[in-house]
Ligand binder design. Structure first.
Ligand code: NAD
Ligand code: TYD
Length: 374
């Protein structure tokens, strides 16, 4: 297996086959659900609060598919989650739900503490209570998979080796600190209560349905709109970009083959500076949708005030999931970014719908406060 979706887990019986997945109206979760069902996966119940980042249009194509159920609700609502678990008897929970944007966490950390820490705690408690009611075979087969980030490990120096599963946690933003706390809770629920958990820590994702507050979709859409392409600081910060479907395949591989209590790092061996990412996007847009004046989209690049506490470099050592679970990324950055740009060009209605009033308010708030450093 090279990381394809595989539903090969021991199936206890037909009434123990559903998955409860949280936060799947967002970017990664919606891609996961689509790939999961396209690969003949079992029923998925998507529990999502529908914050500004949640968008039911992301899974509009699944309306009418009786393997997909949407429930609007908060992972911190333990009683409601317990009721859902009792009703659907899932064999696994996958926790995608989170507040996920670093810049928002700097301006307002409260929601990050509430959802990423308290929410994960409540979800773990509901899971533990449900799990304790299962018979031994089901208890053994059950999984709680927590989707996390490489940002919990902090920032690397240029010559440091990439993060591995034993790297020390050193989060620097309210976002990464809240995710780090949630990872620790998940770990503790395994060691203390025996809940069969798995944690995946992945590098930066990109691909279809990415909310345009994040670097890659923001730059694609700003370029097409003739707006500034804002680069924080000197643009030499490095991220290890992974195409979202490769991440989803990694999650599926961990769910089916991962060992309870273990952590799996997922990353694309694709370190790039922000400036190089923006140049790559501009050059593909120059070819696919040239500017009317014939000049390159790079003309729109603008250096702006840096993010406080900005991590300099992330990089992932993914050898464990490659070795133990046979996962490999299937897209290079060159192929993945082309697909992504094409998707944004092909989906203007989706773009128009997400750029609601709330989105415009955020863009105004985040970028008018940043001075140009041209
Ligand atoms: P996203 O912001 O696009 O989506 C988050 C989803 O969670 C939204 O649909 C939102 O409505 C929902 N949500 C938020 N609070 C909730 C709550 N209290 N209860 C129920 N639902 C709630 O995020 P994403 O980029 O899809 O990230 C998904 C997960 O993957 C997160 O846990 C994130 O930390 C992790 N992750 C993201 C990346 C990345 O590059 N985007 C990389 C590694 C890990
Ligand atoms: P982002 O997509 O917000 O992801 P994360 O902060 O989780 O890595 O940002 C990716 C990188 O791009 C990060 O180094 C910050 C930088 N960045 C900009 O330079 N300009 C922008 O407008 C944004 C949103 C991000």
């Amino acid at each position: 297996m090279t990381g394809s979706f595989s539903q090969s887990a021991p199936q206890i019986c037909e009434d123990f086959m559903a998955i409860l997945a949280t936060g799947c109206a967002g970017f990664i979760g919606s891609n996961f659900v689509r790939s999961w069902l396209a690969n003949d996966g079992e029923t998925i119940i998507n529990l999502d609060k529908l914050t500004y980042a949640g968008n039911t249009n992301n899974l509009a194509d699944l309306r009418g598919d009786n393997r997909y159920h949407f429930v609007q609700g908060d992972i911190a609502d333990e009683a409601m989650v317990s009721e859902l678990l009792g009703k659907h008897q899932p064999r696994a929970i996958i926790n995608f739900a989170a507040e996920s944007h670093v810049d928002r966490s700097i301006g307002g950390p409260g929601e990050f503490i509430q959802t990423n820490i308290i929410g994960t705690f409540r979800l773990l408690e509901a899971a533990r209570s449900y799990w304790s009611t299962l018979d031994t075979a089901r208890q053994t087969a059950f999984r709680f998979l927590h989707v996390s980030t490489d940002e919990v490990y902090g920032s690397l120096e240029p010559n440091d080796p990439p993060f591995h599963e034993g790297s020390v946690y050193a989060p620097n933003s309210p976002y990464s600190a809240s995710k780090a706390a949630s990872d620790h809770l998940v770990r503790a629920w395994y060691h203390t209560y025996g809940l069969p958990v798995l944690t995946t820590n992945c590098s930066n994702n990109y691909g279809p349905f990415h909310f345009p507050e994040k670097l890659i979709p923001l730059v694609i859409l700003n370029a097409l709109d003739g707006k500034a392409l804002p680069i924080y600081g000197d643009g030499q910060q490095v991220r290890d970009w992974l195409y979202v479907e490769d991440h989803c395949r990694g999650i599926a591989a961990a769910l089916e083959g991962g060992t309870p209590g273990e952590v799996y790092n997922i990353g694309g061996r694709n370190e790039m500076s922000n400036l190089d990412v923006v140049h790559a996007i501009c050059s593909i847009l120059d070819e696919k949708r040239p500017r009317s004046d014939g000049r390159s989209y790079t003309q729109q690049i603008t250096f702006v005030t840096d993010r406080p506490g900005h991590d300099r470099r992330y990089a992932i050592d993914a050898r464990k999931i490659e070795r133990e679970l046979g996962w490999r990324p299937q897209e290079s950055f060159a192929t993945g970014i082309r697909k992504t740009i094409q998707w944004y060009l092909d989906n203007p209605q989706w773009v128009a719908d997400v750029r609601s009033g709330a989105y415009r308010d955020w863009i105004e708030h985040n970028y008018t406060e940043r001075t140009d450093h041209a």
